[in-house]
Ligand binder design. Structure first.
Ligand code: GTP
Ligand code: MG
Length: 248
């Protein structure tokens, strides 16, 4: 029998929200998390967005005691922003650290269900492809692209998880401590796949949470052909390194 996991309350959870030009979305995201899990802490990690996301966050912090901000200057990248946030969460002694997008694609209302599932797992990860999950507002092309990227990455790394690229997750702190956050190769969108793989290798008991992913309502996507190319290169590099480790 696996030992019982210590309970995690909402005020012991930190949710990292990476932002780049999310001024239009941040207030609703902060309000949504506060409504769903009133005690949960939110840490915005902003890469010095030119639209003033950080200034707006500072204003919101005056009325939201659980909201905090890190601004990274001269750096860009989703992966690096998440690592900075995760490290801060561990340093502050949170029992669990989560992440979600700022553009309201991830519905904060599902957070209490995710936290409940975490009581019996090390990692709860949102899935658009589990039964009950889905996407709203995507055309056939975007759907096919995302699904193929998911299957490509999962097959390449041997992951039996239906959605490996989501940024909607909660993980227990001991598991995050167990992996080498600075050793993660991916800086952009393949980051999610790489960290998931590392957490599973470290022994994480994983629960998938079906989620409905809605297309962003405001602001601009940072997904670009360049990001997709660099994601593929990173995954192939990771696959090669895994092969090397297995042969040793
Ligand atoms: N700090 C930081 N955050 C980023 C960066 N790139 C993206 N983000 C944030 O990461 C989250 C996901 O990025 P999106 O651009 O929404 O990516 P996506 O959801 O795959 O693409 P869309 O569906 O088109 O929105 C959002 O909260 C972004 O603001 C970056 O370079 N630095
Ligand atoms: Mg988005």
């Amino acid at each position: 029998m696996t030992p019982a996991l210590p309970p995690v309350r909402d005020d012991q959870l930190l949710i990292v929200v990476p932002t780049y030009n999310e001024r239009e979305n941040l207030p609703a995201l902060v309000a949504g998390v506060a409504a769903a899990l009133p005690g949960a802490h939110v840490l915005v990690v902003d890469d010095d967005s030119p639209d003033g996301t950080a200034d707006l966050c500072r204003t919101l912090m005056q009325t939201h005691a659980t909201l905090d901000l890190i601004v990274r200057k001269g750096q860009r990248g989703l992966g690096g922003a998440l690592v900075a946030g995760f490290k801060e969460g561990l340093a502050r002694g949170h029992l669990a650290v989560g992440s979600m997008d700022c553009d309201l694609s991830h519905d904060p209302a599902i957070l209490p269900t995710m936290l409940r599932k975490l009581q019996e797992h090390d990692l709860v990860t949102g899935s658009r492809y589990a039964e009950g999950g889905g996407t709203v507002g995507w055309g056939a092309h975007r759907k096919l692209l995302s699904w193929s990227a998911n299957r490509f990455a999962a097959t390449l790394l041997g992951l039996s998880i239906s959605d490996v690229t989501t940024n909607f997750r909660i993980v227990r702190a001991p598991l995050l401590h167990a992996i080498d956050l600075d050793g993660i190769l991916s800086t952009g969108y393949s980051f999610q796949v790489e960290i998931l793989h590392r957490l599973i290798v470290a022994g994480a008991r994983v629960a998938e949470q079906p989620i409905i992913f809605s297309d962003r309502r405001a602001g601009q996507s940072k997904m670009s052909p360049r990001e997709i190319r660099s994601g593929i290169v990173n995954l192939l590099r990771l696959r090669r390194d895994l092969g090397r480790t297995a042969r040793r």
